[in-house]
Ligand binder design. Structure first.
Ligand code: BGC
Length: 430
């Protein structure tokens, strides 16, 4: 059983190239047949000269980040102040990401925190990094298509997000704080990277969620929503199917469920539970089964601790975890992490091949996210898999780690939108 699970998690070089080629074909025609949304962000390359002090809101899941950033207009910036707020446990006492809360409650609370952070009704532009799929109507307005990453707040889907935020700010007398842009985090990461260097052309998030954006041939910055990718070419196993069946958004975000931090712990739990029940590990200990029976009993942090320190969170009274079991657990965790990284790298290879079929350029892939930063084996495997995919064309890609730059990207977007420079293509695109 153990061997067959490891096998089902293995992504061969042939599979990498099939995933890359299916992904590329989906970008060329019928992206919707593979779940790709290709949402035009309404933004193009920043000039690097954007400047000013700007507020940015980074709303990506249960944590909300508010920052004040100074863009220096010379491709550099300084982070002046930041605050992180948990939307589940916060001063309002309400879990704002659960289905029991409404969008109005959520944005009223966010407006309150922005007011506290800004020190009252001060003149600020605000860039909003909103890390969910939305249809952009203009640089500052967008409609939420669906929640992902298990957020359930009611009455936000199909609404105009920045309008909800603006109304909430006005209700609090904060009308001098002006949301002038809304961008997805994969888009914001690429804007921040392109602000520093114009050769950045892919932006990606490998954290709680997963997604990638890129500058297309005409210079438009496109949000792929690659977390929703799905095709028969993907090595889906029985645990992936079970995880999807039990999730709050079954049949959506299938790729994200195989590769991102929100789901790796759950996938690990389902695999271990099955192995315990079949008597392959932990001698069928009832207390292990009990402690693993709840959905999301394990998270991706447990996996990174296991891989870094060899510690496994589950303690059993009836059975001491032996050396053989520790090795099995570790190998399973590695197989899951490596699968995630190889599949993601395959999509990057597909995108690069799409934007540069003759493979002439040097493409900077800007990546942000906790998995990329902290999960053992993850970053290295992405890099190795891309080398494997491009073989001798080694100079074709370069990976740049972007730590927490989505807020900065949103701030850049706020200035671009205000100065009407969001479609200001660099000379080679005119
Ligand atoms: C969302 C994307 C987002 C990604 C990373 C996914 O669940 O659909 O819009 O970019 O998470 O935060």
């Amino acid at each position: 059983m153990y061997r067959s699970i490891i096998k089902s998690l293995t992504v061969s070089p042939a599979m990498v190239s099939s995933v890359a080629s299916v992904f590329k074909s989906a970008l060329l025609s019928r992206p919707d047949s593979c779940g790709l949304k290709l949402l035009d962000s309404c933004f193009s390359y920043p000039t690097g000269q954007e400047n000013g002090e700007v507020l940015a809101l980074d709303f990506g899941g249960t944590n909300l980040r508010i920052i004040l950033v100074r863009l220096n207009g010379n491709r550099t910036y300084d982070l002046l102040k930041e605050q992180i707020i948990n939307l589940n446990e916060n001063r309002s006492g309400i879990n704002l990401t659960a289905a029991s809360s409404s969008g109005e409650q959520l944005f009223d609370y966010i407006a309150y925190e922005i007011g506290e952070f800004a020190g009252g009704n001060m003149d600020y532009l605000l860039g909003h990094c909103f890390s969910f799929p939305f249809r952009q109507l203009s640089p500052k307005s967008a409609i939420l298509l669906e929640w992902t990453k298990e957020i359930r707040t009611r009455m936000v889907v199909d609404r105009e997000i920045n309008n909800m935020l603006t109304v909430a700010l006005q209700k609090r007398g904060l009308d001098r704080i002006k949301p002038t842009a809304i961008v997805n985090d994969a888009v914001a990461t690429l804007l921040a990277a392109a602000y520093r260097s114009q050769s950045a052309d892919l932006g990606s998030i490998c954290g709680t969620g997963h997604n990638t954006s890129f500058f297309d041939k005409s210079g438009h910055l496109i949000n792929i929503e690659s977390g929703n990718f799905f095709n028969n070419v993907l090595p889906v196993n029985q645990y992936d199917v079970l995880l999807d069946d039990n999730s709050t958004n079954s049949l959506h975000q299938r790729f994200e469920k195989m590769v991102s931090g929100a789901y790796l712990g759950e996938l690990f739990r389902l695999i271990i539970l099955d192995m315990v029940r079949c008597g392959h590990i932990f001698a069928e200990s009832v207390d292990v089964v009990d402690s693993l029976s709840n959905r999301n009993a394990l998270d991706s942090k447990n996996i990174s601790v296991l891989l870094q320190k060899g510690d496994f969170i589950i303690r059993t009274r009836s059975h001491t975890i032996n050396a053989r079991e520790k090795i099995m657990l570790k190998n399973l965790a590695i197989a899951m992490v490596v699968r995630a990284a190889r599949l993601i790298a395959a999509t990057y290879a597909g995108i690069i091949d799409y934007i540069d079929p003759n493979q002439l350029g040097n493409h900077i892939i800007a990546i942000d996210g906790s998995l990329y930063e902290q999960m053992p084996y993850f970053a290295q495997t992405i890099n190795d898999t891309l080398h494997e995919a491009f073989g001798h064309k080694r100079g074709i890609f370069e990976i740049q780690f972007e730590k927490d730059t989505s807020g900065v990207g949103a701030a850049i977007a706020a200035i671009m939108a205000k100065e009407n420079l969001h479609r200001n293509y660099p000379p080679h695109f005119r």
